[in-house]
Design a binder for this molecule. Sequence first.
Ligand code: NAP
Length: 244
Amino acid sequence: MLNGKIAVITGGARGIGAAAAAKLAAQGADIAVIYAGSSALAAQVCSQCSSLHGVKARAYPCNVADFDAVRQTVTQIRSDFGTVHILVNNAGITRDGLVAAMSEQTFDEVLDVNLKGAFNMIRHCAGLMIRNRFGRIINITSVAALTGNPGQANYAASKAGLIGLTKTVARELAPRGITCNAVAPGFIATDMTKELSGQAAQLAAGIPLGHMGTAEDVAQAVAFMADAPYITGEVLRVDGGIAM
Ligand code: NAP
C-alpha cells in the first residue's frame, strides 16, 4: 500500500498516465497530475482519485521539456503536498517519419519531451527524495527502445536514452534509498496508437498473447515498481511478449 506517499505523474490526464494515477490513488497515494494541454481531463482524473479513493489530488499545467517550468511546478507541488516520493515519467509524444527524410525539428521535439522531460523531472525531484531517503522513479520507455521500429528513429532513440538514464540514476541514487526503473509497454490502446486501430488484426498476429494491451496493464506494472523495495535499474516489458 502507498498510504502517505506523494506521487507525481507526468502526462497523467489521459492514456497510460491517467490509468497509473488511478492505480496509485487506489493504493492510497496522493496524486499530482502534470498535463500539457488536457486541463479538463486532468481535473477529471483528480476528482475521480479523490472521490473514489479519498486521496488528495491536484493538476498542474507544465511542459516537461521546459527546465524552468518543471522547476517551478515541482516547487508548487512541494508547497501543496510537502514533498515527492514517487515520480512517474510518462509524458511522451511521437512524430513518426523515415530517418532519411526526418527534419531536425522533428527529431529534437521528440527527444525534448520524452528524454529531456524525464531528466528535468528527475533533476528537480531528486533533492526532495534524497531528503526523504526514499524515492521511486518509474520511467515509461517502450519496446521500440529494445527492438527498434522503422519510422521511429527519434522515438526509439528517446526511449533507449531513457533506459540509460534509468540505469545511471538507479546507480547514483541507490545509496539514498531511491530506486529507478523503467516500464516498457508494447502496443497499448490509447490516443497514441489510435491510428493503428484499423490494423488491429495484423498487429495482434505479431503479439504472442494475441492482442493489444490496455493502459491498465501498464498501470499495474507502474504500481508494482512503486511498491518494490529491492528492484532497481530494471526494465519491465509489458508487451504481450513482443520483445522476448
Ligand atoms: P497519450 O495518450 O498520447 O498521452 C500522452 C501524454 O503525454 C498526455 O497526457 C500528454 O498530455 C502528455 N504530454 C505530451 N507532451 C507533453 C509535454 N510536453 N509536457 C507534459 N505532458 C506532455 O499516450 P500514451 O499511450 O498514454 O503514452 C504514455 C507513455 O507511454 C508515453 O511516454 C509513450 O511513449 C509510452 N508508450 C506508449 C505505448 C502505446 O502503445 N500507447 C507504447 C510504448 C510506450 P496532454 O494530454 O495534456 O496533452
